[in-house]
Design a protein around this ligand. Structure first.
Ligand code: 13P
Length: 225
């Protein structure tokens, strides 16, 4: 099965850059799922690109200044949402309970959820991931996608080796009674992807820093095709 290429733009690019990027990414023909900064999302949807939001709120409407609801996202043609990204957990103090509420709201609106999990450098990997999965997915029956992003690998140019990746993906899959797709994220680039692509259990890649870099994406495409 073709691997998923998910591009998390985070809070990067201004509007003119986005316009150039759109042209270039379409020419690249990698069929990505793009998670742009939310204010640009409709532009991506209208260009026929599979588009997601980097975050969502847990309510469909109401007095929640600055937030975006899952039903609003759905109404402009958004299909995917990242929930529980490390930066949301760390900077915006999202708890597993918050994440669980967001996932419930997202699946109720037929958004495809990518739940991000991952441990820090000196943390108990299995304990952390188990808690993130059990608490994050409490009472959720719908199928979702997991993105495994060890926090120490984000933006660091470091990543797990093949064996470590195989082991943790097997562990993650053991919590599900369906064949869940697990993406890998953390310092994915043309060089590091050589290791990741050897891990059959990886269903795709969640790319951050290089997601807005067309020439690096071109190199990534060459390596994986
Ligand atoms: P980097 O690719 O910059 O390490 O970021 C990974 C990430 O956070 C994707 O969600």
């Amino acid at each position: 099965m073709e691997k998923i290429i998910a591009l998390n733009h985070k809070m990067n690019m201004e509007y003119e850059e986005v316009q150039n990027y759109l042209k270039n990414i379409q020419e690249l023909e990698i069929n990505p799922i793009i998670f742009p900064t939310a204010i640009y999302a409709k532009k991506f949807v209208d260009s026929g690109i599979k588009t997601g939001l980097q975050n969502i709120y847990s309510q469909n409407s109401g007095p929640y200044t600055g937030e975006i609801s899952p039903s609003q996202a759905k109404s402009i043609g958004i299909d995917y949402v990242l929930i529980g990204h490390f930066e949301r957990r760390k900077i915006f103090k999202e708890t597993n309970k918050d994440i669980n509420e967001k996932i419930k709201a997202a699946v109720n609106n037929n958004l495809k959820v990518i739940l991000c999990v991952g441990e820090g450098k000196n943390e108990n990997q299995e304990e952390i991931i188990k808690t993130q999965i059990i608490e994050g997915l409490k009472d959720i029956k719908e199928e979702i996608i997991i993105a495994y992003e060890p926090t120490w690998a984000i933006g660091s140019n470091e990543m797990p080796n093949k064996k470590e990746l195989e082991n943790i993906i097997k562990y993650i899959k053991s919590f599900f009674d369906y064949d869940i797709m697990v993406l890998y994220g953390g310092s994915v680039g043309a060089d590091t992807i050589k290791t990741i692509k050897e891990v059959n259990a990886v269903s795709g890649y969640l790319i951050g820093g290089n997601s807005t870099n067309i020439s690096e994406l071109k190199k990534i495409k060459e390596v994986i095709s």
